[in-house]
Design a protein around this ligand. Sequence first.
Ligand code: SF4
Length: 317
Amino acid sequence: MIAFGPVPSRRLGRSLGINNIPFKHCSYNCVYCQLGETRYQHLKTADFYSPKQIFQSVQEKLQKLLEKNEKVDYLTFVADGEPTLDKNLGETIDLLRDLKVKIAVITNGSLLRSERTRNSLSNCDLVSLKIDSGFSAVWKRVNQPVDELNWEEFIFGLKAFAKNFNGQIITESMLVKGLNDSEENIESIAQFIGELRVTTAFISAPIRPPVKKWVTYPEESVFLKAYQIYSRNDKVPKVELLMNYEGNDFSIGEKVEEDFLAIISVHPMREDAVRDFLKKVHLSWGFIEDLLANKKITCLSYQNYQYFMRKNVNREE
Ligand code: SF4
């Protein structure tokens, strides 16, 4: 399913998700990725779904939501991989403008070194960039970029994009205990972000089950310190911490199983959210048991909560 949700987004309110690439093409293999190991790691853009196909899927979903008076704040490209690997992203965004809903793209920014990718994002309202370090060595450890991706080109791409983009830029930095949560690294991120004309810089923690089991989030005092470091930079107008679960305001359509699987393939759901979900569609817990028995989903424990997500053969269990 290409269009899914809407899901509550910690950054964008109620966001209708667009999964514009097949599982899981990405230029990174982040240690905290909630989707599992990257299957196809590359920097080469490709034709996946046609712009028309994506448009129709989003239009249909949006229409149903509007009929139910459900609010949608953003149409958000939040793929189960890196959305800018879609060669036709720019054309798709142009088509989606007709739907009169704001458009956001959540990207790791690694393809912005290409002018074509920078141009493809020029017609959206908001771009969220992932920046987990200002140091090449830490970037490599946290994000595990594809070999041919070079730090200098990556930095160049982000700066060139920020210089010419007319929409809003926000950043998200995920802090992982013992990996990129040192004061020195946080300083490096704040400094880098200060050069990108951001409106809000989010500091987040791996709140969903990460691909590497050893990944965990730092002490609360680290977030407080990070908040202070960012706030000292007058080129970062607003700083927000995203250390908490974003709520259970998920939505589901008529194709319950398909919708549920589409959401949790990108957005693993905590048990209380699943229970709220089932209540809305008048289904019992047996629905989840069937999906587990048929190996369509998996259940993982993380930080005292149970999470349900799409079964992924590449995940360390
Ligand atoms: S977190 Fe995003 S950028 Fe990192 S590996 Fe997963 S999909 Fe790719």
